[in-house]
Design a protein around this ligand. Sequence first.
Ligand code: ABU
Length: 508
Amino acid sequence: MPADSTLIVAVEEKEESPFQSLVERSKHEDFIRRAVDLLVERVVFGRSSRNAKVVEWATPSEIKTAIDLKPRDNPVSHDELLAIIADVARYSVNTGHPYFVNQLFSSVDPYGLIGQWLTDALNPSVYTYEVAPVFTLMEEEVLREMRSIVGWPEGEGDGIFSPGGSIANGYAISCARYYFYPEVKNKGVYAVPKLVLFTSELAHYSTKKLTTFMGIGGDNCILVKTTENGKMDVEDLETKINEAIEDGATPFLVTATSGTTVYGAFDPLVEISALCKKYNLWLHVDAAWGGGALMSRKHRHLLAGIEMADSVTWNPHKLLAAPQQCSTFLIRHKNILKDGHSSEAKYLFQKDKFYDTSYDTGDKHIQCGRRADVLKFWFMWKAKGSEGFEKHIDRLFDNAQFFVDHIRQREGFRLVIDNPECTNIMFWYVPTCLRGRENDPDYKERLHKVAPKIKERMIKEGSMMVTYQPQGNLINFFRIVFQNSALDHKDMIYFANEFERLGKDIVV
Ligand code: ABU
């Protein structure tokens, strides 16, 4: 059957409609049902089997040949569209696969997925109560609960769903600056002193990027040294604050990290918050990655002191496994988001509406149109309860500890940090040709070449997906990320075996 080539895409038949011939419910319904069946069979379940490949590697020219990427003048048939869906899935990375452990997100949560599909079926934009009544209230409840889990007193604060952790970290800079210098809103950077902020050298790059974006200047994002295990060095922080003051700059913000991107380190929040108090600085905690640990009574100690923060980034799409994208920015001060960002567009935020317009929450965002990212997370929360999230987190940490203990005593593996704090583990895999050669002058240079070679093999075989990187003075090492609680100890052994299989005979 050919696809509908009309301008109107509708799923409901209207008896008297002059467009009746254009509006063919049965045709659309048939297409949607077949497409959903295909997604369920091939994408959701077929690809998450351990026997499936994580990735079907193809070069750009192979993908261009396999999928007609060019938009065309003529429509294609429904059958062709279904074939296209299958091809898009085939050449996309299977992030729901248990052996996709490459990034700080993975897996397919069934409730999160249905929440995401429901969001797309409803197609809301969350700026006013009149357009998104349920989601406005849902956001309020979820964000209130998250603030309470952070440890702020009931009734305090505010929050938003943000398009990613980077933007949430940018909101922290904007809110902190507005808090100290409200004149910045209208007069801009010209009306405020030369501001500087601090974050660790292992913090996510977004803080520096957003410092640049906001006109403060990337050089004014001062990077604080880290200790051996990747935590912010509090002594160096104080030294750098004093140096900045002596240079005539005005410190206003420290962004600490709970769960750094590569090391998974948790900065010492209690000590950092004491310095923030001493120097009257805003404390933001980027807990995009590690925030999920707050759901676990066993592991929330890692974020001790977070309740002293002025604001927090926490991404449920990371450790809590909500579908992409689900990021939040939480703030302890009630009106800063609204006062600092509102622009009172009269066509959207009319003050004389018939209902309580304090529910028109869109003006505290820098976005206008905005997806209801809350729904999938809320739906997961309903399905599992907080206790389900706690079990999920405990399982991740248990798997991570098992993996660390396993590779610590296994030939060929060397941990970068002996006792990683989060569920991302860094290690070198040393092939046979380099064992016992640690004192050779070219050892590091040769070991640096191992990770890219193993990565090439694993991607071409599609047997797992694990990322690698250099960091500071450290040569290329692997970072494996456990964020999928469907994994168990047998999978941990699979990963170690797979590194050995792919890497043992590599010659560099
Ligand atoms: N905030 C993005 C993290 C990217 C990653 O390492 O997976």
